[in-house]
Design a protein around this ligand. Structure first.
Ligand code: SF4
Length: 364
């Protein structure tokens, strides 16, 4: 995977004392650093153009986070939700997938930002987890950024993994399309940390997951994490339909199950390609040669365009069959799908998000 080399690091005054600042200085010796009193985007904030969003990824901003770090995952209206919490330690991502929903979600605020006040994040986590000791939390850091792609430069994982590893009622999920796991390997996750990868066949990676790790790099990284004591997760999301997709996806699953021990997998998820009409326009604008938009898609109750329901069900059933052949009891769930689809794929649908969340808690 390519090294991340921003054109500039902009540091908001007050963040120079943070460990992340020191880590950035060490990891990016040739990159200019500029200290500013307050960061104000110099780019046009009102709309994302093909140039603006891509340019924002090449400049890193280090600033304090002013709001709450921990939030409940927003899910999608009318879809079964898995009761997940998210920590936003950064915003935007140095990689550049054609289908990335951040292109729309962060259109007015596309700067690649990392938050320096990690102490506040840990205090918030401590308060939440100690107040609700009888509730088991699943918390992820990969909602509006990639959990690990910036880790070699900011060293975030070694600040948070030891904290979460010591908590009795949480699983922390670090979700990535990178192979940046070196910072994790010397830490003891104490069974409380899941490192997970979004997976697609190499053909999809080549066409639409720009600047991410290759499939084989992701698998090598997964095996290294497994050997270091981490639980693993894999997210088949977005699954993309194209002529002979089945051949590539079955082969990818075979590669996964021959690379890692499925008994160390905490969960797998599946979700097909989806986009709002406005994200579709952005994708067309930024990635005119993508083939993601050629298949037929229909508008669902949450306003997103997805493949026609019978096709989705067929795709999930095929995937589930290949998964079950290799890993008969591994936990599998659908991401942002309706109860009808759940019932057709699994023969049941969770009655509520709490039930699904509970099902996802592995045995210790
Ligand atoms: S890795 Fe994830 S967050 Fe980064 S560009 Fe791709 S989809 Fe977006």
């Amino acid at each position: 995977m390519q090294l991340f080399q921003p054109q500039e690091v902009i540091v908001e005054r007050g963040s120079e004392a943070s460990p992340i600042y020191r880590n950035l200085r060490t990891a990016l010796p040739g990159v200019p650093f500029r200290i500013v009193d307050a960061f104000a985007a110099e780019s046009d904030r009102t709309s994302v153009s093909a140039g603006t969003f891509g340019a924002a990824k090449r400049r890193l901003v280090l600033t304090r986070h002013k709001g709450e770090f921990l939030k409940k995952c927003p899910g999608s209206e009318g879809q079964v939700c898995c009761n997940y919490f998210v920590i936003n330690f950064a915003s935007n991502c140095p990689m550049d997938c054609s289908y990335c929903y951040l292109q729309e979600y962060l259109a007015d605020n596309p700067e690649l930002k990392v938050f320096s006040n990690v102490g506040d994040l840990l205090n918030e986590g401590d308060e939440l987890l100690s107040k609700h000791r009888r509730f088991f939390f699943r918390i992820g850091t990969g909602e509006i950024t990639d959990s690990l792609a910036l880790d070699p430069y900011i060293g975030f994982a070694r600040e948070v993994v030891p904290f979460f590893a010591d908590q009795p009622n949480v699983l922390l999920e670090l979700k990535t399309k990178s192979d940046c796991v070196d910072g994790l390997l010397g830490l003891d996750p104490k069974d409380r940390v899941v490192v997970s990868w979004s997976m697609n066949p190499q053909r999809v990676i080549d066409l639409d997951e720009h600047e991410t790790a290759s499939l084989s790099e992701r698998l090598v990284a997964a095996r290294r994490c497994q050997n270091a004591g981490y639980r693993l997760g894999f997210h088949f999301d977005p699954i993309v339909e194209y002529p002979n997709w089945e051949v590539d996806y079955e082969e990818m699953l075979n590669q996964i199950f021959s690379s890692v021990d499925w008994r160390k997998i905490a969960w797998l998820s599946m979700g097909v390609l989806r986009a709002t009409p406005s994200l579709k326009r952005i994708i067309r604008d930024r990635f005119p040669r993508t083939q993601l938009l050629t298949g037929e898609q229909v508008r669902c109750p949450d306003g997103k365009l997805r493949y026609f329901q019978p096709l989705r069900v067929e795709m999930y059933r095929r995937m589930l069959g290949w998964i079950r052949r290799a890993a008969p009891t591994v936990k599998v769930y659908l991401c942002m799908e309706s109860k009808e689809v759940w019932e057709q794929v699994f023969g049941f649908a969770p009655s509520c998000e709490k039930e699904l969340g509970n099902q996802m808690v592995p045995s210790f």
